[in-house]
Design a protein around this ligand. Structure first.
Ligand SMILES: [Zn+2]
Ligand SMILES: [Zn+2]
Length: 176
């Protein structure tokens, strides 16, 4: 498959032919239909201090905002099926720490991020844990599905605020 590959710690990415990944028992293989570019991808492209501070994987395939169709599932996957259209929750919880065990997977102490600590979505295929796959209505345009991840951040911010009935200034040109 073709993939946007970060080969080393210098600036830039390159297109490489790489093998299609095989899903592990708890993973699904997704054929990417659309992907969005995040500020994080710019950090990785530049390979600045942020990448070293978060201990980003290198070399790797970058990209984490995406939508695609499941084509294969691991042996222990039971809620997602081949043919499902999915978007991804980018954060991979460990499932073992105190936070994960008490229902707070979003602040897992061993959090990994798709396309930062694992191979990402700027490729024809990606494998992700089933727990990160969110099934979408089948008629969702993939371009819309690809921005659900940043959109979720905006929704979270709004739900944390008391905006009902108020005028709101939205600052910035990105999807969030
Ligand atoms: Zn992002
Ligand atoms: Zn955890």
């Amino acid at each position: 498959m073709k993939a946007a590959y970060k080969a080393d710690r210098s600036k830039g990415i390159e297109i490489r032919d790489l093998p299609v990944p095989e899903p592990k028992n708890n993973e699904v293989l997704v054929k990417i239909e659309a992907a969005a570019i995040c500020g994080t991808d710019i950090h990785l492209y530049e390979w600045n201090d942020w990448c070293e501070n978060v201990n980003a994987k290198n070399p790797m395939i970058i990209g984490h905002e995406f939508c695609g169709r499941v084509v294969k599932t691991g042996k222990q996957v039971n809620l997602i099926n081949p043919g499902d259209l999915v978007a991804a929750e980018t954060h991979i919880p460990c499932g073992k720490c105190n936070m994960c065990k008490t229902g707070k997977q979003h602040i897992c102490q061993n959090m990994q991020i798709i396309g930062v600590h694992t191979d990402g979505a700027f490729a024809e295929y990606i494998t992700i844990p089933e727990v990160c796959a969110w099934k979408l209505p089948d008629n969702t345009p993939p371009k819309i599905g690809a921005i659900y991840e940043p959109f979720g951040i905006a929704v979270h911010a709004v739900l944390k605020s008391n905006l009902t009935g108020k005028s709101t200034a939205i600052v910035g040109a990105g999807p969030i």
